[in-house]
Design a binder for this molecule. Structure first.
Ligand code: HMG
Length: 391
């Protein structure tokens, strides 16, 4: 049953970490040809959070401007999607709820299914607004992507958060029915509870992603979805930006279309700008693709955008959104560019120090050095509790 009112994205805001490591620096350290990173996987640099930043501080930084613009009175639910969780029991969103002073009369939960759960959160939010159009749902996707140093995955690391306000009669984008879904039990990428870095079978993960694109598209078309020609652009999950090109080429081929590189670039090119310099932000990545598109494309009013969200393991979903007239006056383009530009470039030694840092697990009092210039920080860990503060 579809609602007799539009539901979708009413506001959107993104944040990233304090530091940036370029792929020139990484290549100089590990002896790779930098062209493999720039051209082969389509990455220029990666965001690296400071030691006093994490998924909570990035999420609060992304969500604060949304709450400042719209107030919190209508927010009845906060859905926090992540796969770099900081606690096995408590939802990271509760720290954000506290930092932003959201009302006690709200529910807050955390969702996980690799990079896909941001989309699960968005879809669940649509359902909640469908039930009661007066409610707004704050959807947050925040992740720090981390692989072992010296592994092929290292070049695809990154970090970012997005905050999306889902409401009736949205100002940015209407999200449509149907969705196409696909699930398969595959060990392409995973992170056991005792590890801080992910394990991955790189080539298997690329094949699994492509298989999921086919599966989700098949389900989408069988449920009466739009035809490929109706889309102006496609936002794919971007573990590295070349993956979006691979995926779209695969979809066109699968659907019997001529695979024209110019046409693929037209459909994908403007979605990759932020991910190419931020790296994989897991749950946030497909929505950073949307931010890049909205912030950089000419007028997209009434244009339809396709989304392909993939999370290893694996689950994928294809759905469509149509851009609302007047959307441009609600964008945060300057803020997004500033968040990227203000990052401080670091050398390999500083990156290694941050990458290999871990807090003692002795239950003692461990203050964290001040590094971030962002609005929120992790002040310390004491008695196994994380302590956050506004900077
Ligand atoms: P690799 O073995 O380092 O690289 O792993 P490669 O040898 O496959 O080369 C990569 C590309 O660079 C190739 O292009 C090469 O030809 C090219 P392709 O053939 O694929 O088009 N290349 C060059 N190009 C120009 N000049 C050169 C040069 N040398 C090589 N000199 C891999 C790459 C992506 C596998 C690795 O980085 C990795 O394991 N990454 C992590 C896993 C990943 O990102 N998987 C993507 C799909 S799964 C997914 O998206 C889910 C995920 O986000 C997790 C989640 O859901 O939570 C990861």
């Amino acid at each position: 049953m579809s609602a007799d009112f539009a539901i979708g994205l009413h506001d959107f805001s993104a944040a990233t970490g304090q530091y940036v490591l370029t792929h020139e620096t990484l290549a100089a350290e590990n002896g790779a040809d930098v062209a493999k990173y720039h051209k082969g996987i389509g990455q220029r640099s990666m965001s690296v959070p400071a030691v006093d930043e994490d998924i909570v501080t990035m999420a609060a930084a992304a969500a604060a401007p949304v709450v400042a613009r719209h107030g919190a009175d209508q927010i009845r639910t906060v859905l926090f999607a992540t796969e770099s969780s900081i606690d096995q029991a408590k939802a990271a969103g509760i720290y954000v709820h506290s930092l932003l002073g959201l009302p006690a009369g709200a529910r807050v939960v955390e969702l996980k299914q690799a990079c896909y759960s941001g989309t699960a959160a968005l879809q669940f939010a649509l359902g909640l607004v469908h039930r009661d159009r007066s409610e707004q749902v704050l959807v947050i996707a925040s992740d720090v992507s981390k692989y072992e140093r010296g592994t092929p995955g290292e070049a695809t690391q990154g970090a970012a958060a997005v905050a999306m306000l889902v409401s009736a009669e949205p100002a940015l984008m209407r999200i449509e029915n149907p969705s196409g879904m696909f699930t398969a039990d595959i060990m392409d990428f995973w992170r056991p509870n005792y590890r801080t870095t992910a394990l991955v079978d790189g080539q298997e993960s690329i094949s699994a992603y492509l298989q999921a694109v086919e599966g989700a598209w098949k389900d989408y078309t069988e449920r009466g979805g739009r035809s490929l020609d109706e889309f102006t652009a496609f936002c794919y999950h971007q573990p590295f930006t070349k993956m979006a090109y691979k995926a779209h080429r695969h979809l066109l081929d699968h659907c019997g279309y001529d695979v024209d590189d110019g046409e693929i670039t037209r459909a994908i090119g403007q979605t990759t700008g932020y991910n190419a310099v931020i790296g994989n932000s897991y749950t946030a990545s497909v929505y950073l693709a949307l931010a890049s598109l909205l912030d950089n494309a000419d007028d997209l009013t009434d244009r339809t955008v396709g989304f392909l969200s993939y999370g290893s393991g694996s689950v994928a979903e294809f759905f469509a959104g149509t851009v609302v007239p007047g959307y441009r006056s609600h964008l945060r383009t300057d803020m997004h560019r500033e968040a990227i530009d203000r990052r401080q470039e670091i050398g390999y030694a500083k990156y290694r120090e941050i990458h290999d840092h871990s807090f003692p697990v002795d239950g003692g009092n461990h203050p964290v050095p001040r590094e971030t210039t962002g609005p929120y920080r992790l002040a310390g860990i004491a008695g196994h509790k994380r302590l956050y503060e506004q900077r």
